[in-house]
Design a protein around this ligand. Structure first.
Ligand SMILES: [Zn+2]
Length: 366
């Protein structure tokens, strides 16, 4: 496929620049109008089987703009709601309408907690998402800054429970917040809980908390554990705002992927934290990312891993052909720009139509 054909597949993309190599095609699009759906200009006339929306790190709070921990990135707390509104308007106007939306975590900011505004902020974002589509919510660190696990389980953010009642082949794993659903025969989505082993969101007396604290203190000498360790590279991931996956969850992941292999399904795995060092800043990686990768790589069915948390975003196609997509965060997206995507699913590929900071890409299956 030539780069011109990639452009045609995605529709007229204006100022797009395309690069291609033997393994992958990447099309970077700086700006795109919302009406340019890739379904409108397909050279082979094929319609996608279904589509879905993706958005990450909205981190809404009704407060003035601020900066990130290292004061290098501006955060548009109040305006993130407007960004979400633009995304839901775009999804509502698309044809076909997205069958669901993946909200990749950190839907409201931790600053809501001391202001006693967690509930009202959550209600505000849920109102915006209401008519867009069924939403699958991933839990990130900011969910735990605002709510306990029990509160989250009882809230609208417990989409695993919702999905299980929607007859989508969904199933909640016992004792955890990880689940799977199948929106279409031969396609499955696995939603993981990256804060399963963490010091945030776990009771101080729990085994998971002790396990997480031990791990953090082994790798991070700082008094303030939100400060990354001085060690270089991937060792920097051992921070308090990070987390990892329990052996229970990894075994569940392995079991589900074995079943999907047998059914010849295409599987997309979703988590708040990325798991590939080439798709993320090392500080944002899941603590036991290597264990997750080793499970993913032992199955043929995995086509894509989607994450948030690293607001700069990232992309890497690994040696097994799995696409690792880290979505740019809404919270650090200037008001005149956007950060969301729509994914069109075909028999042989997925096409990500990015908006604003999110690049468009063709994700050919391995
Ligand atoms: Zn996060």
């Amino acid at each position: 496929m030539s780069s011109q054909e990639v452009d045609e597949l995605l529709g007229h993309v204006g100022d797009a620049t395309a690069t291609a190599d033997s393994e992958q095609f990447q099309v970077r699009v700086r700006r795109r109008t919302k009406s340019e759906a890739p379904t409108e200009n397909m050279e082979d006339g094929a319609r996608p089987l279904f589509s879905f929306g993706v958005i990450a790190d909205i981190q809404y709070a009704d407060i003035d703009d601020g900066y990130n921990f290292s004061c290098t990135r501006r955060r548009y707390y109040r305006h993130s709601l407007e960004q979400l509104r633009r995304a839901t308007l775009a999804w509502r106007s698309e044809s076909p309408r997205p069958r669901f939306v993946l909200q990749l975590g950190d839907v409201i900011d931790g600053f809501n907690k001391p202001r006693r505004a967690s509930r009202s902020a959550l209600d505000a974002v849920l109102r915006e998402l209401e008519d867009a589509a069924l939403v699958h919510h991933v839990w990130g660190n900011h969910e735990f800054y605002n709510f306990s696990r029990e509160e989250l389980a009882a809230s609208a953010l417990n989409s695993g429970r919702e999905a299980a009642t929607q007859d989508q082949g969904a199933a909640l794993a016992e004792g955890g917040n990880w689940y799977h659903f199948s929106p279409e025969p031969r396609f499955r989505f696995l939603v993981l809980d990256a804060y399963d082993v963490s010091v945030i969101g776990r009771q101080e007396r729990s085994e998971r908390y002790s396990q997480a604290l031990r791990l953090l203190q082994e790798h991070n000498d700082n008094e303030e554990l939100n400060q990354p360790p001085a060690r270089p590279g991937v060792e920097q991931r051992f921070v308090k705002f990070g987390g990892g996956f329990s052996q229970d969850q990894l075994q569940w992941l392995d079991r589900l992927l074995t079943l999907s292999d047998e059914k010849l399904e295409k599987v997309t795995v979703v988590s708040h934290l990325p798991v590939h060092p080439s798709s993320s800043d090392p500080v944002c990686l899941a603590w036991n990312y290597e264990e997750v990768l080793s499970v993913l790589h032992s199955h043929k069915c995995v086509v894509c891993f989607m994450a948030g948390h690293d607001h700069d975003g990232g992309y890497h196609r690994d040696l097994y052909g799995i696409h690792h997509l880290t979505f740019e965060g809404v919270i650090e997206t200037p008001p005149d720009n956007d950060a969301f995507g729509s994914v069109y699913v075909y028999e042989d590929k997925m096409v990500l139509k990015g908006n604003g900071r999110v690049a468009s890409r063709i994700l050919q299956y391995p």
